[in-house]
Design a protein around this ligand. Structure first.
Ligand code: C2E
Ligand code: MG
Ligand code: MG
Ligand code: MG
Length: 275
């Protein structure tokens, strides 16, 4: 019985593996055409000032309208875009699209900012600086209105090129923040020498705020950002309790479902600009 059972188990495992591979291949085929078909869009999630709950701006998050009844979140397909290199083309479109939206919303709120996620692959391209500069000029935006979110892995591959590009962008006035801080291979010894303006504290820390140790850990990261003269954004704030906790820790920004879900631009404007 046990031999038979394990044999059928192996069969089941094999077929599900190839199904997963087939699914991925199909998804990839569809993804290649998504941008051209106008199926990609940016949703926006508010970023709020902790001291007074004032909305400072929003993070742009990719969405894929795969079919009329299928909306995929970035987590479901951005890894595929990165694996295939498609993220470079899509990423340039994201920067342009976010700047277009930023110009519109700055007519409602003249100090509104937008934060855009940048893939490590984009930073390796020599023309990335020019792409960003052109998008800002095209929409007559001050560079200070744009924040780029990079990951620690962006500084691993071609660190010299990436650092150089980031320095150029900062010289222009663009702000650079390190996304998901505390979850990666944080080399704390290098943190002081990176061209950065802020840290986005990963949502995992907000999850631990009901415990004493978690609270102190979060406080320590806030203090770390202060020691390095970096701004902080607390991510993944889902409850009023978490909001109160981080507000007591320091003068920074916060983001999460408690303040608002990522929304289509029209819904975002209705919910947050009271139009
Ligand atoms: P991220 O930049 O850390 O974005 C935050 C993710 O957490 C988003 O998922 C957002 O929907 C989700 N989130 C926001 N608030 C909360 C909360 O309170 N609780 C919980 N549990 N989750 C929350 P999403 O949109 O699926 O994005 C996943 C990741 O995909 C992003 O992580 C970012 O690394 C990447 N990504 C998204 N858009 C782009 C893009 O335009 N370009 C690139 N290169 N990457 C992108
Ligand atoms: Mg404002
Ligand atoms: Mg981000
Ligand atoms: Mg993040």
């Amino acid at each position: 019985y046990s031999a038979k059972r394990s044999a059928s188990h192996i069969n089941f495992y094999d077929s599900s593996m190839s199904e997963a591979a087939e699914h991925k291949l199909k998804l990839l085929g569809d993804l290649r055409h998504a941008l051209g078909l106008g199926q990609l869009s940016l949703f926006y999630q508010p970023i709020v000032r902790l001291k007074d709950n004032h909305m400072a701006g929003a993070e742009a998050l990719l969405r894929w309208h795969k079919s009329p009844h299928e909306l995929l979140e970035a987590a479901d397909f951005v890894p595929l875009l990165e694996e295939t290199g498609l993220i470079v083309t899509v990423g340039n479109w994201v920067v342009e699209q976010a700047c277009r939206q930023l110009a519109v919303w700055r007519q409602q709120d003249n100090d509104f900012i937008i934060s855009v996620n940048i893939s490590p692959l984009q930073l390796e391209h020599l023309d990335f600086y020019q792409q960003v500069k052109s998008a800002l000029q095209h929409h007559q935006l001050p560079a200070e209105a744009l924040i780029l979110e990079i990951t620690e892995s962006a500084l691993l591959g071609h660190p010299r090129q990436a650092k150089q590009t980031l320095k150029q962008l900062r010289a222009l006035g663009v702000k650079i923040v390190l996304d998901d801080f505390g979850t990666g291979l944080s080399s704390l010894s290098r943190l002081g020498s990176l061209p950065l303006d802020g840290l986005k504290i990963a949502g995992e820390f907000a999850e631990q705020l009901q415990h004493q140790k978690g609270k102190r850990l979060c406080q320590a990261i806030v203090q770390l950002s202060q020691a390095l003269e970096l701004k902080f954004v607390a991510e993944g704030i889902e409850t009023e309790y978490q909001n109160n906790m981080v507000r007591q820790m320091g003068d920074g920004l916060a983001q999460g479902f408690f303040f608002g879900y990522p929304l289509h631009p029209e819904q975002f404007a209705l919910a947050h600009f009271d139009l």
